[in-house]
Design a protein around this ligand. Structure first.
Ligand code: FES
Length: 148
């Protein structure tokens, strides 16, 4: 009897360890990736949009810009912010909430402000932001080159 319970306990502990330990490693790797940016990719500046076609308060998605999924918001007349559209929680795509004036992750209701800072919900880190340069009417962003 005692041996059966001991075996059950052992198997239960083994199952829990086999589930929890890889999960913790996966989660830690995900957070680590966002905290320490990759140095493996060179960056490149890319034209993404014209101010003429991008009204103040609006947002645009730019999928697969050199391998990066981007979301941009025009916060002022000559100020555009660009972030990775990948949520720092579990990797869902965020979207712009024009009513609230911030970004929403529909998966677990994480919210980020227009600086990428977490406002609420489970995301452990701010959105990854990318440098923006505006020249005349043209908006450029510098992103890591993940694919040619
Ligand atoms: S994946 Fe974005 S809040 Fe969970």
């Amino acid at each position: 009897m005692g041996q059966t319970e001991s075996r059950r306990e052992f198997l239960a502990n083994l199952t829990m360890a086999a589930t929890v330990i890889p999960g913790m490693g996966l989660g830690a790797g995900f957070v680590f990736r966002y905290l320490i940016p990759s140095r493996q990719h060179p960056t490149s500046e890319v034209f993404i949009e014209s101010l003429r076609r991008f009204e103040v308060g609006a947002s645009r998605l730019f999928p697969q810009v050199l391998g990066n999924d981007l979301i941009a918001v025009r916060v002022a007349d000559v100020e555009v912010k660009v972030f990775s559209s990948i949520c720092t929680h579990l990797g869902c795509h965020i979207q712009w909430d024009p009513t609230a004036g911030n970004f929403l992750c529909p998966c677990h209701m994480g919210r980020f402000d227009t600086n990428g800072k977490v406002l609420s919900g489970p995301p452990p880190a701010p959105l990854i932001s990318f440098p923006v340069r505006i020249e005349g009417q043209n908006i450029f962003v510098s992103v890591p080159v993940k694919e040619a």
